[in-house]
Design a protein around this ligand. Sequence first.
Ligand code: HEC
Length: 159
Amino acid sequence: MKTPSKNNFGKTHPWDLLLGFAAIILLLWAPAKCMPNQYEERIANGDTETKNTTAPPPVAANKAPVNSKGKALFRANCSSCHYASEKIGTGPGLKGVLGRIPGGEWKYNWVRNSAALTATGDAYSVQLKAKWNNAAMTAFPALSNEDIDAILEYADAGE
Ligand code: HEC
């Protein structure tokens, strides 16, 4: 007896499945690809909130810590005449001072006794005193090299 020919209807061939999947993937992918990227658009329009979530700015990564010993010594001995900024007081503002004074022992000799250093004929000192109309700077013979380094490092960085 001949088996009744089966209706192919309802039977799914594996190729049909594959085609169906391909169609679904294309439908999902194509609009996403063509639509403007809202995220990038928000950033282009100056949405800083979105921007910040992408790349948080480094938190004071490059700022050197304040030299607290230098700060204390500066406040106790120098701040009556100097600012740790570019602001001029009785004497020059000391921000960036290490970049303009002579190197070596100069800073120690100056701070411990600027008048004595000037009396030796040291060119920078003579010029500085002339510029400041011979305004007197207190002598600090008790400050050590380490103290002076700490003070100047603090003041040079500025606040
Ligand atoms: C009584 C005021 C006075 C005090 C206190 C004082 N200075 Fe001065 N300082 C001056 C004056 C004024 C000048 C400018 C030159 C001059 O006339 O002596 C000067 C100049 C300087 C310079 C040279 C700056 C440059 O631009 O080249 C340095 C460095 C300096 N002082 C460091 C210090 C330090 C460090 C202290 C504290 C330990 C201090 N001074 C305390 C008045 C003072």
